[in-house]
Design a protein around this ligand. Structure first.
Ligand code: F6R
Length: 251
C-alpha cells in the first residue's frame, strides 16, 4: 500500500472549526451532485454529518443544488431496528435528507436491518449499488476507535457488506441515540465496498477523534484502525477541524 505521504490522491484539509469543515464537505457534495448526470452518493449517519446535511438543506432551499437525479446508499443500519423506529438510520435519513431536500425517497437506500436473511440482504445491497453504477462519492465519518461504517477494529480490508458486531465503545458512544436494550449488531458496507467508491470524503471533528485520525493517516495501514485502509485509495479528501487534526505531525 502507498504510504499516505506518498499517495497524491489523499489530501487533508484542516478548517478553523467544525462548522467550516462541514460547510466545506457540503460544498464538495453539492458540486459532485451538480456536475454529475446521475450522481450516486454513499452516505453516513451519526452526529458528525448532521451539519453537512443541514448545509445541503440550506443550499437546496436556495436552489443551489438539486438531488432530483441523485441516488444514495447508506453505509449501515442496526440489525433488528425497523425502518419506522426513530432510532434507525432509515429514520435519520428521512429527517435529515429526504424531508430536507428534493431527493426522491425511493432513491435513498438504507440496508434492511430487519431482513430475515441478513446475508441475502447484504448481497442484494451490493447488487443494488452495482446496478446503480457504483458509488461516485462516499461520505464517511470515523469512530473514535477508527471504524468506518461499522467496520470495527479487526475487520479485514477485503470485507464486503456484512453483519458486524458493534464494539463496546461504539455502543457507549451511540448510547444516547439507541433504544434500551440497544442493538448489538449492524449490517454495514464492508471496507472493500467502501474502497470501490470513485471518490471518498471523510469528515472528522473534535479532539475525541484526533487519535483515530492520526492512526488513519499516519499509522501503518492495519486492521487495528479500519480507516487506515483509506491510505490505499486513489481519491480521498479528509476534512478536519483543528481538534481532530491536533495529533497530526506531518503538517
Ligand atoms: C454512521 C457510521 C459510523 C459513524 C461513526 C462516527 O453511518 O457508519 O461509522 O460515522 O460512528 O459517528 P459520529 O459522527 O456520531 O461520531
Amino acid at each position: 500500500m502507498t504510504p499516505p505521504h506518498e499517495n497524491p490522491g489523499l489530501r487533508v484539509w484542516v478548517a478553523d472549526d467544525a462548522a467550516a469543515a462541514a460547510a466545506h464537505v457540503a460544498d464538495v457534495v453539492a458540486r459532485f451532485v451538480n456536475e454529475t448526470e446521475r450522481p450516486v452518493l454513499g452516505l453516513a449517519t451519526g452526529r458528525t454529518p448532521l451539519a453537512v446535511y443541514a448545509k445541503l438543506a440550506e443550499r437546496r432551499a436556495a436552489s443551489a443544488v438539486s438531488f432530483q437525479n441523485a441516488v444514495s446508499f447508506n453505509l449501515d443500519e442496526y440489525v433488528g431496528l425497523d425502518a419506522r423506529s426513530p432510532h434507525s438510520f432509515a429514520a435519520y435519513m428521512r429527517r435529515h435528507f429526504v424531508d430536507a431536500t428534493d431527493v426522491f425517497s425511493g432513491n435513498v437506500h438504507v440496508p434492511n436491518g430487519r431482513a430475515q436473511d441478513l446475508a441475502g440482504e447484504a448481497r442484494a445491497y451490493e447488487a443494488r449499488i452495482k446496478a446503480a453504477g457504483g458509488i461516485g462519492l462516499q461520505l464517511l465519518s470515523i469512530g473514535a476507535n477508527g471504524h468506518i461504517g461499522f467496520n470495527e477494529p479487526g475487520t479485514p480490508f477485503d470485507a464486503r457488506t456484512h453483519v458486524a458486531t458493534l464494539a463496546p465503545e461504539t455502543l457507549h458512544a451511540n448510547r444516547g441515540d439507541l433504544p434500551d436494550p440497544p442493538p448489538r449488531q449492524a449490517l454495514t458496507m464492508g471496507i472493500a465496498t467502501i474502497l470501490e467508491a470513485r471518490a471518498i470524503v471523510l469528515l472528522a471533528t473534535g479532539a475525541a477523534k484526533a487519535e483515530a485520525v492520526r492512526a488513519c493517516l499516519e499509522g501503518e495501514p492495519d486492521v487495528a484502525c479500519p480507516a487506515s485502509a483509506l491510505q490505499g485509495h486513489p481519491d480521498v479528501l479528509v476534512v478536519l477541524d483543528r481538534g481532530a487534526a491536533s495529533l497530526l505531525t506531518r503538517g
